[in-house]
Design a protein around this ligand. Structure first.
Ligand SMILES: O=P(O)(O)OC[C@H]1O[C@](O)(COP(=O)(O)O)[C@@H](O)[C@@H]1O
Ligand SMILES: [Mg+2]
Ligand SMILES: [Mg+2]
Length: 334
């Protein structure tokens, strides 16, 4: 890594400068590679599968190796990656544990749609795995890079969120004047609706009510979005509000949804709470959920607080009663 910081550090806690600069350095490289697309090789080629059977793309592996290598000497003791079965030790004397989804939205690599990197930092315990098997309330920082028309970093250190944009010529992430904040009013929802028949009743009811639009209990029309890149959906919600849902469903292997608690849901939940929104599994705040295993999945529902609260309310309804209420719908008028 170059010794020059790759990010404006004035608002970043001093003990995290080396880590953030290393992450920013790799993100600048990835941004360039992604922008070259097919000119940089077959980035979307399938090269194997991880321990859970998820297909790994060439760029997943490139990104994972680049981040792990760049973090040497930055004070990161433990490195847990979506692409690795086990926690790796980087700096034996380091104070930090970093969890990372090196490349989020892999299915979009080949189609020139925004993809990203998600990370979180927490203090390292002596046991690497035990460090990560704690609730997200232990996080001291989390963020994502989104590689889109702009390459941006949105990050929290537990006191609101900040945004940086890559100035390609200077190879520097510059801080933007205004910070993202999730609006309290919004009319967009994001869900992979092809799974409708697999969802549980509270999720179906929530989406049914959105789809009913002005004629339904919400009394207004909604738009639907689904990019299939969690970072891109998060970035939109950070600026425009709305709700994202990847619930558990009845497909084999999807009982807890698709997204990983340690690498995806907890870091995003920390950002969302810091930006004025909420993140839940439907039953519990995502940040209160303790991972049972390193690669555990979790239902993830986040965004504008009022919308997320409504989904939580739907989950709280007794099974029989809810059928009656949803039939009536009057209790849930917007
Ligand atoms: O293809 P689906 O089931 O709609 O899933 C899309 C979701 O999967 C993900 O791509 C999973 O992340 P990875 O690409 O890191 O595996 C999310 O970014 C996205 O929200
Ligand atoms: Mg991901
Ligand atoms: Mg990934």
């Amino acid at each position: 890594m170059s010794s020059e910081p790759r990010i404006e550090t004035s608002s970043i806690p001093e003990n995290l400068h080396p880590v953030l600069s290393a992450l920013a350095d790799v993100a600048a490289d990835l941004s360039r590679t992604i922008a070259l697309g097919p000119l940089a090789g077959n980035l979307g080629a399938s090269v194997g599968s991880n321990t859970d059977g998820d297909v790994q793309k060439a760029l997943d592996i490139v990104a994972d190796k680049a981040f792990a290598a760049a973090l040497r000497g930055t004070g990161v003791r433990w490195y847990a990656s979506e692409e690795r079965q086990d926690v790796a030790q980087i700096d034996a004397g380091g104070a930090w544990a970093l969890a990372i989804d090196p490349l989020d939205g892999s299915s979009n690599i080949d189609v020139n749609v925004s993809i990203g990197t998600i990370f979180s930092l927490q203090p390292a315990l002596d046991d690497g795995e035990a460090t990560f098997l704690r609730s997200g309330r232990h996080l001291v920082a989390s963020g994502y890079f989104v590689y889109g028309p702009q390459t941006s970093l949105v990050v929290t250190f537990g006191d609101g969120v900040e945004q940086f944009v890559l100035d390609r010529e200077a190879r520097l992430f510059r801080k933007t004047k205004s910070a993202p904040s999730i609006p309290s009013q919004a009319c967009e929802f994001a869900i992979n609706a092809s799974n409708y028949r697999h969802w549980a009743k509270p999720i179906r009811a929530y989406i049914d009510d959105c789809l009913a639009g002005i004629d339904g209990p919400r009394g207004k029309n909604f738009n639907m979005r689904w990019v299939a890149s969690l970072v891109a959906e998060t970035h939109r919600i950070m600026s425009r509000g709305g709700i994202f849902l990847y619930p558990g469903d009845d497909r084999a292997g999807y009982e807890q949804g698709r997204l990983r608690l340690v690498y995806e849901a907890a870091p995003i939940a920390f950002l969302v709470e810091q930006a004025g929104g909420m993140a839940t599994t439907g039953l519990l705040a995502v940040l209160d959920q303790v991972p049972e295993t390193l690669h555990a999945r979790t239902p993830l529902i986040f965004g504008t607080s009022e919308k997320v609260r409504r989904v939580i309310d739907y989950h709280a309804l007794p099974e029989l009663e809810d059928a009656a209420l949803f039939g009536n719908r009057g209790l849930f008028r917007a």
